[in-house]
Design a binder for this molecule. Structure first.
Ligand code: TLP
Length: 346
């Protein structure tokens, strides 16, 4: 029985072309700034995101943490969506290592934070009792909100208000190219009003490892120092950058295929009795759905794993499926067959 792994797009293996490029990559010591492949990838990333410079990090988690460390000081407050990945899935690093207070503002199901609610949460700097609110974090696409996209206009509106209050804006764009493809706009438009943006080459873009944190030159140099402190200064890292370059050159446009398979799954799910899914909310490659009330989400996920289909558990009644390069239409149809078989057995 073939296993169909829908836990995440992070499970994608490097392509043959990536493996070839990794084997022959030009390398140097990146801590000395001498790795030509890393330098090329950082340059490419900065250009694609419309920023002056970029920094390669081993993970999205490190990129987000380094952004907080470089933008804030301990005791600052950052505003962050109540469903943000940085809040839920990054081990509280911003608070534990950055010493910042993470103040949440509600994310709607569409991943948006209401602009007025955000503005009302900004603390006046002249009050002795308050921590200064110095940073706003946004997420595009929004993972826990089912891969929802933020438009350039929305991001721009939020950033304008944050900047009026002297704050910096960081965009966790782990899947920003999914948003760019879904909206049909260059990624740079989605990040133009953010002071920093990070994205991952290790997700749907299929590279094995890595994220890039982009921003102004001075910010990136500060971030480089923080990365070194965290132990993220790697040496002949060009071996992994080589795959990242192919991810950016050749793998962006095909993300549209993952969005199509996601639609196929979401529409298939609503045809199975007692399953709840929201195809109209599926904008990219993440599908959230609920199994019939008789089964808890973790029980359903366990039962499906024994039928060779793997999902992840974001909490509550929900199950998460993520489409990617290694699942095609026939795998989605087979997934739906196996879900139907499981539903019949409940
Ligand atoms: N997300 C992973 C898990 O951690 C949940 C996934 O499977 O979706 N920002 C966002 C929006 C992310 O979705 C992720 C990874 C990260 C940051 C962190 O990236 P990594 O895993 O490279 O540290």
């Amino acid at each position: 029985m073939k296993t169909i792994d829908l836990r995440s797009d992070t499970i994608t293996h490097p392509t043959e072309e990536m493996r070839q490029a990794m084997g022959t990559a030009a390398v140097g010591d990146d801590v000395f700034g001498e790795d030509p492949s890393i330098n090329r990838l950082e340059g490419l990333a900065a250009r694609m995101l419309g920023k002056e410079a970029a920094l390669f990090t081993p993970s999205g988690t490190m990129s987000n943490l380094v952004a907080v460390l470089a933008h804030t000081r301990p005791g600052n407050e950052i505003l962050i969506g109540s469903e943000a990945h940085m809040l839920w899935n990054e081990v509280g690093g911003a608070s534990a290592l950055g010493g910042v207070v993470m103040r949440t503002v509600p994310n709607g199901e569409d991943g948006l934070i209401d602009l007025d609610v955000m503005e009302a949460a900004i603390r006046p700097h002249n009050n002795l009792h308050y921590p200064p609110t110095t940073m706003l974090c946004l997420e595009n696409t929004h993972n826990r909100c089912g891969g929802a996209v933020l438009t350039p206009e929305y991001t721009s509106g939020m950033a304008t208000v944050a900047h009026q209050h002297g704050m910096t804006v960081h965009l966790d764009g782990a899947r920003i190219f999914n948003a760019a493809v879904a909206l049909g706009v260059p990624a740079a438009e989605l990040s133009q009003d953010a002071d920093s943006v990070c994205f991952c080459v290790s997700k749907g873009l299929s590279a094995p490892v890595g994220s890039l944190l982009c921003g102004r030159m001075e910010f990136v140099e500060k971030a480089r120092k923080w990365r070194k402190m965290l132990g993220g200064g790697m040496r002949q890292a060009g071996v992994i950058a080589a795959a990242g370059i192919i991810a950016l050159d050749n793998m962006v446009a095909r993300l549209a295929e993952d969005h199509t398979t996601a639609q196929r799954l979401a529409h298939g799910l609503i045809r199975i009795p007692a399953f709840t899914s929201w195809p109209e909310r599926v904008q990219t490659n993440i599908i959230m759905f609920e199994p019939p009330a008789l089964s808890t989400a973790p029980d359903f996920i366990r039962a499906m794993a024994s039928r060779g289909v793997r999902f992840s558990y974001p909490g509550g009644r929900r199950v998460r499926a993520v489409t990617h390069r290694m699942v095609g239409d026939e795998d989605i149809d087979e997934t739906l067959n196996r879900i139907e078989a499981q539903a019949a057995s409940i």
